[in-house]
Write a protein that binds this ligand. Structure first.
Ligand code: NDP
Ligand SMILES: N[C@@H](C=O)C(=O)O
Length: 268
């Protein structure tokens, strides 16, 4: 049980990069923490640093979210620890190789982590949040969710899944006091790029955000009640116009009548 009024934030992928910054910022905001990733050693370092600077309780659970038994352990924790008030679904891997140069097994592993594990953790925690009438889920998607042409297509597709799931969760949980935020970072200076077989140095400097800035911006978006936060986007109106265009399509996406442009063959 947490002694924090803010409760416990569970952050996956907290051993480095964006997840480690979320851990720091959430502890500074008063959350106790449970940090999840594979590397026990790196998690312990992050936890020691944050506990030292903030005085919050920081626990670590070393788990490979692509290992069924490990994943089940984190699901059980999320379902049963009544002190948990927030889940940051951040653990993820990327790829930059095009389809013809990609390893299928690596693609499957990426789907397992970015999609399956995130989904299972969400399913584990939502009933508990609903039962307690409160909770927040932050899902780390990516700018490539809406621009899948930029990097590896399977990576983009996993992040589009995260965006779609978040939109749906927001609708389903609207009157349950469970808050959903999907964050769509652009290129961010972390180990992500090396792990994906690339290097952040090959990107133009003006395209790459610092991970501290990214997380601070994303949390500002959370504070403003945003469902979708695109930390790099200069003008929020651009996203609102995109979303308005999507909403305008919805009533016409399922109709019994075939539109004239597809009746050419029948008419001939
Ligand atoms: N950096 C960028 O440009 C962007 C990143 N993102 C997203 O941000 C998120 C965080 O990535 P970022 O911080 O950049 O990259 P990092 O590589 O620094 O962090 C990835 C984190 O995920 C953990 N992780 C990887 N595999 C597993 C696994 N099988 N089980 C549990 N934990 C795992 C890693 O820890 P460990 O190795 O110890 O398990 C690490 O803590 C990802 O979802 C990524 O897709 C989105 C857009 C842009
Ligand atoms: N969002 C970043 C990766 O996921 C990028 O846009 O490069």
């Amino acid at each position: 049980m947490s002694t924090s009024l803010k409760g416990i934030a569970v952050v996956t992928g907290a051993s480095s990069g964006i997840g480690a910054i979320y851990a720091d910022r959430l502890a500074r905001r008063g959350h106790d923490l449970i940090l999840v990733a594979r590397s026990q050693e790196k998690l312990a370092e992050v936890a020691k640093r944050i506990a030292g600077t903030t005085g919050r309780a920081v626990n670590v659970v070393a788990a490979d979210l692509n290992n069924k038994a490990d994943l089940n352990r984190i699901e059980a924790l999320l379902a049963t620890d009544s002190g948990i008030t927030m889940l940051v679904n951040n653990a993820g891997v990327g790829a930059v190789a095009p389809l013809l140069e990609s390893d299928t097994d690596a693609m499957e592993e990426m789907i397992a982590l970015n999609v399956t594990a995130l989904t299972r953790l969400t399913y584990a925690v939502v009933p508990a949040f609903v039962a307690r009438s409160g909770g927040t889920i932050i899902n780390i998607s990516s700018a490539v969710a809406i621009a899948p042409e930029i990097l590896n297509g399977v990576y983009g597709a996993t992040k589009a899944f995260v965006l779609a799931l978040s939109l749906s969760l927001h609708k389903e949980l609207a009157n349950k006091n469970v808050h959903i935020q999907a964050v769509l970072p652009g290129a961010t200076a972390t180990n992500f790029w090396d792990a994906a077989g690339s290097s952040v140095e090959q990107l133009p400097e003006q395209m790459v955000m610092r991970s501290d800035d990214l997380v601070d911006a994303a949390l500002a978006g959370l504070d403003q009640g945003e469902l979708i936060t695109i930390p790099s986007l200069p003008d929020a109106a651009d996203w609102l116009a995109y979303e308005a265009a999507r909403q305008k399509l919805i009533p016409n996406l399922s109709l019994n009548l075939v539109p004239a442009r597809y009746r050419i063959a029948a008419a001939a």
